[in-house]
Ligand binder design. Structure first.
Ligand code: NAD
Length: 507
């Protein structure tokens, strides 16, 4: 452990705690029962924020505000140009506030400050892209149905959307959903994770400054129960878009089915990277290292499973191990840090238990496998960990660990690599490393995953849609498809002239 790259407490000055309140119909509100919940920094232990702890009544008030705002057309009936103008202003305001947002995001989530800055800046670009889409909304026309018929297919905003987000990329994931829903003309009720609510609340301040009409975006803080449950069951909600765990996603789908509201789900993953001997192994090793430790592995896209060719497995794992020692783990407030803290002590214990279970099942923990002590910081850190000798039936090969833990499987043929890739309940993303285009294409076509990266990992763009197959989710975010999720389709059939033959026979 001593030869790891560790960053102790940097002594950064930590801001005073924030007080977060609900934002309903353009007004800041306490919870109806006046309760609060605290969030302490996973890295430093200091109190970062206190937030109103929502009740079912608070959630209902927010849904009522969003419903009224949608039904009176104060947003949905604006032109795409007018909606785009507001979204662009919001993007500018986000960019002007990157540092303020990044500090709070870092302290609430435990992610490194440089990464948080990148996510806030990147989120501004998502708002800008969604603004462009707001001006390109259109359906289709049917002008060849006969001289006396013209039909058009209209795209309409779906209505009131509940947006429920997780703690691992609080502002980024919010920005994968909210600007697209707004571009479509929807109104929204947002529930951020109880662990990372602040940047969502700070965004509301910017929405006001940008001139978004009251009631179009409402924010209710609090827990899955009762806030999330109310937002997913309420009959005045038309759609739920959720990012989080597969278990809660299934619960939401079940709850929402009572009223048959639309549900979009972005869930977990156990994402493989396949490495062939002819690959650029230096780049592959670097991408594997990045893929597994980014956000301490608390990432739906974590490249937590590598499937490496038997002939190079030993040498490749040694290369990844050497790189792992050079990755800077430590104080997320230090700009040199690349990997920060685990979100909660309970989650840290779960990561450790998964590694111990792999050991018990006969796998070898060749690196790490224990919590990480860092000078002047709390106990919520975990060592970079590599587990080899894994067989496909082991839990470590199949379950999302959501920590800095790399699982190594081996293969001999392309067919075997594809079979191992697809032998999973999840299907979020997959990667292939080879200099042979035929190998890459054959793999990319066969992999059951929403995104396949060839000779890269986790590159993303607002234009390129994202989502999961199998138990990684349903529906898509960002890109054009991300906008389509928030649109309802209506066919309009029009007769030209008085040419309709009567159905009732003339008497
Ligand atoms: P989580 O499912 O515990 O919580 C997510 C959100 O759901 C939180 O806001 C939580 O308060 C809320 N919630 C909890 N119970 C609810 C209920 N009964 N009804 C409605 N809402 C409820 O997930 P998490 O621990 O915050 O995030 C980690 C998970 O998210 C991982 O599984 C990860 O893979 C997944 N994730 C997926 C993507 C993706 O794009 N596919 C992205 C990031 C994270």
């Amino acid at each position: 452990m001593n030869d790891l790259t560790l960053i102790p407490n940097s002594g950064a000055i930590l801001p005073a705690p924030r007080l977060n309140r609900h934002f309903i119909n353009g007004a800041w509100q306490d919870s109806s029962d006046n309760t609060l919940s605290d969030r302490n920094a996973p890295s430093h232990g200091n109190l970062v924020s206190q937030s109103a702890k929502g009740t079912a009544a608070d959630a209902e008030a927010a849904v009522a505000a969003a419903r009224a705002a949608f039904d009176d057309g104060r947003w949905s009936q604006l032109s795409g140009k007018a909606r785009a103008a507001v979204l662009l202003k919001i993007a500018d305001l986000i960019e002007a506030n990157v540092e303020r947002f990044a500090v709070i995001e870092t302290l609430e989530s435990g992610k490194p400050i440089t990464q948080a800055r990148g996510e806030i800046e990147g989120a501004a670009d998502l708002w800008r892209y969604a603004a462009a889409l707001a001006r390109s909304l259109h359906g289709e026309s049917h002008n060849s149905l006969g001289a006396d018929i013209l039909a058009v297919v209209l795209k309409e905003p779906i209505g009131v959307v509940s947006i429920i987000t997780p703690w691992n990329f609080p502002f980024w994931i919010l920005s994968q959903k909210l600007p697209f829903a707004l571009a479509a003309g929807c109104t929204c009720v947002v529930k951020p994770s109880e662990m990372t609510p602040s940047t969502t609340v700070m965004l509301a301040e910017l929405l006001v400054e940008a001139g978004l009409p009251a009631g179009v975006v409402n924010i209710v803080l609090g827990y899955g129960n009762p806030v999330g449950a109310t937002l997913t069951s309420h009959r005045h909600v038309d759609m739920v878009t959720f990012t989080g765990s597969t278990a809660v996603g299934k619960l939401i789908a079940r709850t929402a089915s009572d009223s048959l509201k639309k549900v979009a789900l972005e869930l977990g993953g156990k994402n493989p990277q396949v490495i062939f001997p002819d690959a650029d192994l230096e780049s592959a090793a670097d991408a594997v290292t990045f893929g597994v430790y980014f956000n301490v592995g608390q990432c739906c896209n974590s490249g937590s499973r590598i499937i490496v060719h038997e002939d190079i497995a030993q040498e490749f794992v040694a290369q990844v191990e050497a790189l792992s020692r050079r990755v800077a783990f430590g104080d997320p407030m230090d700009p040199a840090t690349q990997v920060g803290a685990i979100v909660t002590p309970e989650h840290g214990a779960k990561i450790n238990a998964a590694v111990q279970a792999a050991r018990d099942a006969g796998a070898q923990v060749v690196m790490g496998g224990a919590p990480l002590a860092l000078k002047g910081l709390g106990a919520q850190f975990y060592q970079p960990t590599i587990v080899t000798g894994v067989t496909p039936d082991m839990a470590i090969a199949r379950d999302e660990v959501f920590g800095p833990v790399l699982t190594v499987l081996t293969f001999r043929t392309l067919e075997e690599a594809i079979a191992l890739t697809n032998d999973a309940d999840y299907g979020l993303s997959a990667g292939i490393w080879s200099e042979n285009i035929h190998t890459c294409l054959a793999f990319a076509r066969a992999a059951k995953a929403g995104t396949v990266w060839t000779n890269t990992w986790m590159d993303g763009f607002p234009e390129v849609t994202f989502g999961g197959m199998k138990q990684s989710g349903q529906g898509r975010e960002i890109g054009r498809y991300g906008l389509e999720e928030f649109l309802e389709v209506k066919s309009l059939v029009m007769r030209v002239g008085r040419t309709r033959a009567p159905w009732v026979k003339a008497s």
